[in-house]
Design a binder for this molecule. Sequence first.
Ligand code: HEM
Length: 493
Amino acid sequence: PSLPPEVFHWLPIIGSAVQYGNDPLNFFFKCQEKYGDVFTFILFGRRVTVALGPKGNNFILGGKSTVFNAEDAYTHLTTPIFGKDVVYDVPNEKFMEQKRFVKVGLSTDNLRAYVGMIEEEVDEFLKIDPSFRVYQTNDINEWGTFDVIMALQEITILTASRTLQGKEVREGLNKTFAHLYSDLDGGFTPLNFLFPNLPLESYRKRDRAHQKISQFYIEIIQKRREGGEDHEHDMIAALMQQTYRNGEHLKDHEIAHIMIALLMAGQHTSSATGSWLLLHIANNPDVAEALYQEQVKFFSTPDGKLRSPTYEELRQLPLMDAVIRETLRMHPPIHSIMRYVRDDVPIPGTLSAPSKDTTYVVPKGHYVLASPAVSQMDPKVWKDTSKWDPYRWADPEGMAARAFDTYADESGEKIDYGFGAVSKGTESPYQPFGAGKHRCIGEQFAYLQLGTIVATVIRRMEMRIEKVPEHNYHTMITMPKKPRIISYRRRNF
Ligand code: HEM
């Protein structure tokens, strides 16, 4: 067996860091042309083996979690932020139990309760003007502007804290929590991924913020335990009731750290996706009008108003669904999914082989990288791949993929990802939420949050933007580059 081809580079240790860091998709497409679906590049001394296409996605995301290991790849980034004893700071079996606890908190019952809350928060946000740069105009004929990222970051944290995170966190947002969150977030950058510990102020701020936020959650838990208040629909309440297989309850600091992990997991992914959504809608007035008409068709009341959707109704709006789906196709927030290789692994010949008689091997000590973003933009898979076209999903072929998605993990236990989940198993060109054992469990929540935000915004205002910005890959999550200023005008609502 031999090693996969290595991407040519001039600089020893640094390798292809610059090309990869500036535009990973372009880098992957170019390498794919030259070397095929499997190749290794150097990233600051690490050897990263990339496997592209649906088969590449399957090879990495469907691989055994003990061999393609997520903890080893992510812990130095995530543990200082989330804290000890959760997620990638524990063996995978324990994290899988924690993931199951989170699923309980994301029950359909809870999600149902969230629609109204999210709607209220968005409405409230749209009424305030000020520092968030949503310039309110009272005259409905007057156009105002807003920075879409600023607005969506704010709306995302307001709605997530009002629903999942719970009352105390939502109240804290008006006080100190927002600042602490921002310091913590300053520790979630590619620099932190590459260099776990640098003597920089941002690293110290991250550590201080972690301490304080962790304490903040622990106090919430302790107060709740003493008082008898009812918080039945939020995540802290759900986690407080769970027990590990060995009969132990979660410790207070574990609940606190899981809450921080969820806050981080949902914040950037949803706010980036929400921003891309509004940018494309603003850039496509026809789609915007069709989305508005969809709201009118489903939710008009006899007195000419629009009533609130229910969770189930929201999930059955064909155009809204297609608009979110298509946005995640072109702008999946996570462009690189990484694992650390703990043992030599042969690469299937169907994916890549030097000749009929030999296979490639990914050796122990490499990292592997899957990028569903590449297969989601592959011109061999998608017609007019660079065109944002939500109507492509109305194609019977596209719709056929909309099945219930279940994935049996290695213990044989099935995790049901519910309706809406597109990808089946781990071999699919479309995987914005990943696949396999580490697949996202926030998909239903994200669709609910984004769907409600878009519905509320679209009912309230018209938006315009000349051009959808390019990708900025210098943040952990793929963001739109500046300028990203949307013009808007209130609807006569
Ligand atoms: C995992 C994407 C929202 C919680 C993942 C993964 C992806 C992803 C690609 C797989 C990572 C890997 O395999 O290394 C997204 C997108 C979102 C989103 C595109 C929104 C548009 C959320 C939300 C939550 C969440 C709202 C929480 C409420 C998680 C968790 C995991 C995960 C717990 C599991 C990590 C693991 O098992 O290693 N997500 N996510 N995500 N996500 Fe999300």
